[in-house]
Design a protein around this ligand. Structure first.
Ligand SMILES: [Ca+2]
Length: 314
């Protein structure tokens, strides 16, 4: 089994690398990605398409046939001597709540005692206010079927929702869910959070985190993210907690804790095994993390997961 697992992991890494290499040039046309500064191999990952037999968007490329169990990083690693090794943590579950298994979770926010969720897929994308205890959707706004919703954050009385490839963030009144505006950005949109310096932190599927102005959404900086000295790509849903950023790593059960000043991953959280085998069979990858400051706990779930877990990382 171990050999098979390692073979599948290698196969996946090869498939992803091959996929990137084949598609990189065609996706990085100047008209598509003005101002993009990342490499061609990291901006083209088809984030929302899904592995195995799970839901995949029509027309989106398939990259893999299985889900690697751990983070894989670039093969061009920095000298281990130069990098502080990340510590390893596991989630300790204190509560579990029902979660809509039809929700293809792309963004999760806890704010003011309320849970907000962004769900993806074209034709199924939504903004939701959710009852944490019951999983009931209390309020919902549906997106135009051309849009694929991604990361979400609440700022004051506004909700900001990224879209995957439309280079557009949607702005909503957080009470009425009425659309009140939008922001443009040049990259793909994956994850979003607001940090303790009042900056948006945004991921785009690469190893770069971007900082954006909280009012204008203009880029005001960026930081390359590294795990044990090597670039860590596929950064997905985000959560800002104090000076650190927690990120789901797409296609894995890993959440990384990133020092946003240096970009270094200071801890790897292995969240494998939260779902039973039967639950996991109908679910997609881990994605969705929200911090609950009142209890110093995290709420985590996944795409089409039937359960949302309240956890601490130990
Ligand atoms: Ca979040």
């Amino acid at each position: 089994m171990r050999l098979l697992s390692e073979f599948l992991t290698l196969l996946v890494a090869s498939a992803i690398a091959l996929s990137c290499g084949q598609q990189g040039d065609s996706k990085l046309g100047a008209s598509d990605t003005p101002g993009i500064t990342t490499t061609t191999t990291t901006s083209t990952l088809p984030e929302p398409s899904t592995p195995t037999t799970l839901v995949r968007e029509p027309g989106e490329p398939s990259t893999t046939s299985t889900v690697p169990s751990s983070v894989t990083t670039s093969t061009i690693a920095a000298s281990p001597a130069q990098a502080e090794r990340a510590s390893r943590l596991r989630p300790r579950v204190s509560n579990s709540f029902p979660h809509d298994p039809a929700a293809f979770t792309q963004g999760l926010v806890w704010n003011g005692g309320e849970l907000f969720e962004s769900t993806g897929l074209r034709g199924r994308s939504s903004l939701r206010r959710v009852n944490l205890e019951t999983g009931e959707v209390l309020q919902r706004a549906s997106l135009d079927s051309s849009l694929f919703a991604e990361g979400l954050e609440k700022v004051g009385d506004r909700l900001i929702q990224l879209t995957w490839q439309a280079n557009t963030a949607l702005v909503y009144d957080a009470t009425t869910f009425e659309r009140t505006g939008s922001f443009a950005y040049p990259t793909e949109g994956w994850g979003l959070c607001l940090d303790n310096q009042n900056r948006f932190v945004m991921s785009d599927g690469t190893s770069t985190l971007y900082f954006r102005d909280p009012v204008t959404f203009e880029e005001i900086g960026s930081v390359p993210v590294t795990l044990n000295g090597a670039p860590l790509e596929r950064l997905n849903e985000l959560e800002c907690v104090n000076g650190e950023v927690y990120a789901n790593v797409w296609l894995t059960n890993t959440i990384v804790k990133i020092d946003s000043a240096t970009g270094a991953v200071v801890a790897e959280i292995d969240a494998a095994g939260l779902l039973s085998e039967a639950e996991a069979a109908g679910a997609d990858v881990l994605n969705g993390i929200a911090y609950r400051p009142e209890t110093a706990t995290f709420l985590i779930t996944g795409k089409n997961w039937p359960t949302l877990f309240e956890v601490t990382f130990e």
